[in-house]
Write a protein that binds this ligand. Structure first.
Ligand SMILES: Cc1cc2nc3c(=O)[nH]c(=O)nc-3n(C[C@H](O)[C@H](O)[C@H](O)COP(=O)(O)O)c2cc1C
Length: 209
């Protein structure tokens, strides 16, 4: 079979404006809880798209917290994404749970988390992950895998059991101004409910599939 022949029907659920919570954060909480309870692999993984000079790039990260103030994740501030975020704080997030036939798009502005939040989360990570943050500068070119393994072993020896957080490692929070909840439906008549922020209020509208 060639890939253009691959297709499936979406029949699991529906989404109507009347089912949509007035708060997009509450609707998000409901959907991500259902994805986690369904035991989906990497249910908390999301794509984040950033762009510098009108050249977008995307990659997956893990959502590490959310509330009405935004959605947070951790990374290297000097990575490709970190540099693009410094140049342009407008970003887009994307969640997709194939088994639930659901997608959530989020757009907004991004801010760095505080040093305190960064330190607290860094110290809660397994020591191997803490050591890894010292091994190399994320997104830089490395000559081979041995370089990474040697640097890992050197860092593990140097720090012992107490690994400090490098200043270039920390979190970001995305503060949304747009959400879209997509539920796959029959005959490609998918349900799309959008929340856009106008004058501090969330406007709920249905979009054409
Ligand atoms: C499921 C999954 C989860 C990931 N989680 C993170 C994460 O939380 N933080 C991170 O910096 N990179 C994470 N990565 C790696 C990134 O996708 C990416 O390779 C890395 O951050 C470098 O991206 P950049 O060069 O665009 O900055 C994850 C990758 C996958 C596939």
């Amino acid at each position: 079979m060639t890939i253009d022949k691959i297709r499936r029907d979406y029949k699991r659920a529906s989404l109507n404006k009347k089912d949509a919570d007035l708060s997009p954060f509450k609707h998000f909480a409901k959907w991500i809880d259902e994805a986690i309870k369904a035991d989906l692999i990497d249910a908390t993984a999301m794509s984040i798209s950033t762009s510098e000079n009108n050249k977008p790039s995307s990659r997956m990260v893990l959502l590490k917290g959310y509330d009405e103030s935004g959605f947070s994740f951790y990374t290297n501030y000097e990575s490709k994404k970190g540099k693009e975020i410094s140049a342009n704080p407008n970003v887009a997030l994307l969640f997709y749970w194939a088994e639930l036939e659901r997608q959530i798009r989020i757009e907004g502005r991004i801010e760095k988390l505080s040093e305190k939040e960064n330190d607290e989360y860094f110290q809660s990570r397994p020591i191997e992950s803490q050591i890894s943050t010292w091994v190399s500068l994320q997104s830089s070119i490395v000559k081979n895998r041995k370089f990474l393994e040697d640097r890992y072993n050197e860092s593990a020896k140097k720090f012992g059991k107490k690994v400090p957080r490098p200043k270039y490692w920390g979190g970001y929070k995305v503060i949304p101004n747009l959400f879209e909840f997509w539920q796959g439906r029959d005959s490609r008549l998918h349900d799309r409910i959008q929340y856009s922020k106008k004058n501090k209020k969330w406007i709920i509208e249905r979009l054409a599939p």
